[in-house]
Design a protein around this ligand. Structure first.
Ligand code: DLL
Length: 438
């Protein structure tokens, strides 16, 4: 089902006209109400009366996370604080959090894009949603919650963690849809396997996974382990929260950006110049309809590409899966590396689980990467329950992955085989895959 067919299948010329109209209004709105932007644009001599359409967006500078930090807590608001109905914040690893304020209309828009996303993921009105995203300052919990209700689902606000209780509710409430981080979906799938619960006890059909990068390797494991069709949901608090883009459950591959509200661009990480369709670069968003805290050309730091897919049910542009964040990109001996590149290579290797970790350390003057991968149940069944320490088979397996990494990524990495369940698991939230010991 398409939640809002009039908008989601709007022909591109009309979509562009709508974006232009909204963009011109946004520029005026920000200039009148937002001292930060007015000062910045005045200093740069930007004549806002010359802004006629969305193509003029390139005249404006980017907004960076540091701008939001500098304006902490409420300096980015374009409305009086009394007009807000909700405040979220993203917990930065260092310093002060990034604050986002929503008006009532913003929450309605946010709920609509999540409702669209859920439909795009396969959900229908009347189904039940088991929402295992964290409730709190994080936008995942409340974001999916309001979107599910908006679609007409019964939402259980389970939040993350307490895996045994999750399994109980999944069996007893029999939801068709689950939403959580991909790493937590792996935790749940493993817990089901370990406890020997047959998949027939569950009624799950769709999983809506996001908030961290993931690949086909994780998709295979989650789909098999939970008996679902798993799709990608993307978003960030600064722009709204989850539901900025969503992958279609039948098409898979890329995620539709809801372009009538969020105007996406891909730009070169170094020069900031716009890049053509299909090229990887930094994803930048302009919010076209927000009232509380609209952002102009917000630099997400996420790396992906954008492309139109004429074979799709919807017209809105698609974004490729996020490779990683520019600030999480490793540069190892001159080669750029995202951990998702290693994850992707574990697909079609049934000897391993989808759990892995990269450890970066120094070897003399050089950076070295050790890849910890976990042996899957298949190996134990093949070899009995105890693993021999020295085993030709395991040695060959290790060398096979080392060669695959070298051939595909162009870097030599040391592969270390970990015992099943030895690596850290998500306990509900985002999982850290890289340990940098340099
Ligand atoms: O993670 C919002 C969200 C909640 C999205 C639930 C999807 C599901 P933040 O905590 O502000 O918001 O983190 C945003 O997380 O810039 C990306 O780096 C990363 N991210 C979010 N979704 C995906 C995804 C939420 N599907 C940051 N794939 C973003 C890859 C993702 N990375």
């Amino acid at each position: 089902m398409i939640f809002n067919p009039a908008i989601e299948t709007l022909a591109l010329p009309q979509l562009r006209a709508l974006q232009s109209e909204r963009f011109v209004a946004l520029v005026r709105y920000l200039y009148e109400r937002q001292p930060f932007y007015r000062r910045q644009w005045d200093e740069l001599g930007i004549d806002i009366t010359a802004v006629k359409g969305i193509e003029d967006i390139v005249r404006f500078p980017f907004t960076k996370k540091t701008d939001l930090r500098d304006q902490y807590p409420f300096g980015m608001l374009a409305v009086a604080q009394s007009e807000l109905v909700r405040i979220h914040a993203s917990s930065g690893t260092t310093g002060k959090p990034t604050v986002v304020g929503y008006t009532r209309a913003d929450i309605e828009m946010f709920s609509e894009v999540v409702a669209r996303s859920l439909c795009c993921a396969g959900a229908l009105p009347g189904m039940k949603l088991h929402n295992a995203y964290g409730y709190g300052l994080f936008t995942g919990g409340l974001g999916l919650h309001y979107g599910g209700e908006r679609l007409g689902m019964a939402v259980t606000p389970v939040s993350g963690g307490m895996t045994d209780r999750q399994l109980l509710l999944l069996q007893d409430f029999a939801p068709e849809v689950i939403s959580c981080t991909p790493s937590y979906a792996l935790t749940l799938a493993e817990a089901i396997r370990e406890r020997g619960i047959p998949l027939e006890r569950f009624n799950l059909r769709y999983a809506v996974l996001g908030a961290e990068p993931w690949t086909e390797t994780t998709r295979q494991a989650v789909e098999a382990g939970l008996g679902v069709t798993a799709t990608n949901i993307y978003g960030l608090s600064e722009i709204a929260g989850p539901g900025v883009s969503q992958e279609d459950y039948e098409e898979k591959g890329g995620s539709h950006v809801w372009e009538d509200h969020f105007y996406p661009e891909i730009v070169d990480a170094d020069t900031g110049q716009p890049l053509p369709e299909g090229r990887d670069g930094v994803l930048v968003f302009t919010t076209l309809t927000k009232q509380g805290m609209p952002l102009m050309r917000y630099w997400t730091n996420d790396i992906c590409s954008l492309y139109y897919d004429s074979g799709s049910k919807r017209t809105h542009i698609k974004m490729s899966p996020i490779k990683g964040r520019a600030d999480d990109m490793l540069i190892i001996r001159g080669v750029n590396l995202f951990h998702t590149q290693v994850e992707a290579l574990l697909a079609d290797m049934p000897e391993f689980t989808a759990n892995y970790q990269l450890i970066i350390h120094r070897e003399g003057a050089m950076d070295a990467v050790e890849v910890l991968v976990e042996l899957s149940e298949a190996i134990y069944q093949a070899k009995g329950t105890r693993l021999p320490v020295q085993d030709e088979f395991l040695g060959a397996l290790k060398r096979r992955l080392e060669k695959k990494i070298k051939d595909n990524i162009g870097l030599s990495m040391k592969v270390t085989l970990a015992d099943r369940d030895a690596l850290p698991r998500s306990e509900g939230g985002k999982l850290k895959r890289i340990l940098d010991n340099r």
